[in-house]
Design a protein around this ligand. Structure first.
Ligand code: SAM
Length: 239
């Protein structure tokens, strides 16, 4: 791992880190390589791109001070642990839940968490099903999600997890404007209100035009949502 690139990037973003975090990033990269050699876990990137696309990009909410100390956070559709694992490495105080519909990714995360000496919950489920479980419905201060679905679909996959007063944070690219109208309507139906879009530049990669879509949870999600697994993607709310 290119430690210097990661350290410089975090510093430019104004995100604090310590030696232990650097060691854990290095160990996490090694575990990813180990798994990628025997299964198709995540796209194989060169060292610099991995630092930028995975680690620095995932840290964006910390540059904006969006996660309070000890916040309960769920990473919906975490895949190989993004953005949740870099957030937890940088902020081990967070009470993180990693959710994914694919068992092999959840098993990888269980192993990685143990080896990194980090504590978190993992959940193998569809978001639509997990959000109906009492232990998870409206229990989180924040839901984070990257590269999972369009804004309207994401609102239905994330807002039911978030408590009133909490926030949904979605990583988006330059196409976000086209998705916003439906995303706003969907949020309204789910007890949320789009606050806006924050720039989330990755140092040295300004051409990526990454942003965070911030949706506040302003009321309760009606019991009919989320609809059954698969329906949010097939018939997005607000379209
Ligand atoms: N967030 C990761 C990242 O940025 O690298 C992974 C992105 S990957 C393109 C999308 C992930 O979302 C996959 O791991 C998939 O299994 C998961 N996923 C998609 N729909 C889901 C759902 N309804 N419930 C739970 N996981 C879901």
């Amino acid at each position: 791992m290119n430690r210097e690139r990661l350290a410089n990037g975090l510093t430019q973003m104004g995100v604090a880190f310590d030696q232990r975090a650097m060691e854990r990033f290095e160990a996490f990269h090694a575990i990813l390589d180990e798994y990628n050699a025997r299964m198709d876990l995540t796209a194989v990137l060169d060292e610099d791109e991995r630092v930028d696309r995975h680690d620095l990009d995932s840290a964006a909410p910390l540059a904006h001070g969006l996660l309070a100390p000890d916040a309960r956070v769920i990473d919906v559709g975490t895949g190989a642990g993004f953005p949740g694992m870099p957030l937890l490495i940088l902020r081990p105080d967070l009470r993180m839940t990693f959710l994914d519909a694919l068992q092999k990714r959840v098993s990888f995360l269980d192993d990685a968490l143990t080896r990194l000496g980090l504590t978190a919950t993992t959940l193998h489920a569809r978001a639509e099903d997990a959000a109906r479980m009492e232990a998870h419905r409206e229990r989180y201060d924040a839901a984070v999600s990257r590269a999972v679905a369009s804004c309207a679909v994401l609102q239905e996959l994330t807002l039911p997890f978030v408590r009133e007063g909490g926030v949904s944070i979605a990583w988006k690219g330059p196409g976000v404007a086209q998705e916003l109208t439906a995303g706003r309507r969907a949020a309204f139906l789910l007890g949320g209100k789009v606050r806006g879009v924050l720039d989330a530049p990755v140092p040295g990669r300004e051409d990526w035009q990454h942003v965070l879509l911030i949706t506040d949870k302003t009321g309760k999600t009606p019991a009919i949502y989320p609809r059954k697994a698969g329906t949010p993607g097939k018939k997005p709310l607000g379209m």
